[in-house]
Design a protein around this ligand. Structure first.
Ligand code: CDP
Ligand code: CDP
Length: 209
């Protein structure tokens, strides 16, 4: 079983994907981390994430060079969004993600284009969403917990900018697959959101059986 979980920044897709992976004993790939690693590599080289050639020079990044807080920080998120708009960068990261999705036994992947491009054959497709303001509140709280003190307004502006860029790009834009189920987590606790997601997986697998 392949489970595709897509959605905008801080919608809760990572939390849901991890919970589903644990529940069904499936391996999980957070595909945003791949773009974040490319973005961070470009920044470290002093290069420009908006330049496709600069970004392409970073696609063979060395995973050992990153630590989790840095990868999940907002600078890496912005750079990720910039490098991910380049078609060549997306193509360079495609096979790795497809291989992960198609491993025997299945997998859970979360990102922006899992249900549309990486694994259109996925049995279960969720598109997780929440209002920009609520997503900014979540991301702001998360950054604070990590000791990174960015203002709420800056986080909100960043989320809006990233949404706009991710939805507008020509290659693999952020949008729900035609057969995705929408899950709005704006007014759901984490546990309630996970329960909904599990119910959707059960409904899909029951329908398929
Ligand atoms: O956790 P958050 O949603 O803030 O970000 P992320 O999932 O780590 O993704 C960071 C950026 O990478 C996004 O803004 C997208 O531009 C890009 N991305 C993408 O284009 N395609 C994916 N499958 C995953 C991430
Ligand atoms: O992966 P994505 O960027 O979509 O979001 P996430 O990392 O799963 O969630 C972002 C933050 O929102 C985390 O700190 C979650 O604990 C929190 N969250 C929440 O408060 N309520 C939810 N229903 C889902 C996530």
């Amino acid at each position: 079983m392949i489970i595709a979980v897509d959605g905008p920044a801080a919608s809760g897709k990572g939390t849901i994907a991890r919970a589903l992976a644990k529940r069904y004993g499936l391996p999980h790939l957070d595909t945003g981390l791949l773009y974040r690693a490319v973005g961070l590599t470009v920044l470290r080289e002093g290069a420009n994430p908006e330049n496709e050639a600069h970004a392409m020079a970073a696609v063979d990044f060395d995973e050992a060079l990153f630590d989790d807080p840095e990868l999940r920080g907002d600078e890496a998120g912005r750079a990720a969004s910039q490098v991910s708009a380049h078609p060549l960068v997306r193509a360079a990261l495609l096979n790795r993600q497809r291989k992960f999705a198609r491993q025997p036994g299945g997998a859970v992947l979360d990102g922006r284009d899992i249900g549309t491009v990486i694994a259109p054959e996925a049995e279960v497709k969720l598109f997780v969403k929440a209002t920009p303001r609520i997503r900014a509140q979540r991301r702001h709280a998360e950054l604070q917990r990590r000791g990174s003190f960015v203002s709420f307004d800056k986080v909100l502006a960043d989320i809006r900018e990233r949404d706009a860029r991710d939805m507008a790009r020509a290659t693999a834009p952020l949008k729900p697959a035609d057969d995705a189920v929408l899950l709005d987590t704006s007014f759901l606790s984490i546990d309630a959101a996970i329960q909904r997601a599990v119910a959707l997986v059960e409904a899909r697998t029951a329908a398929a059986a």
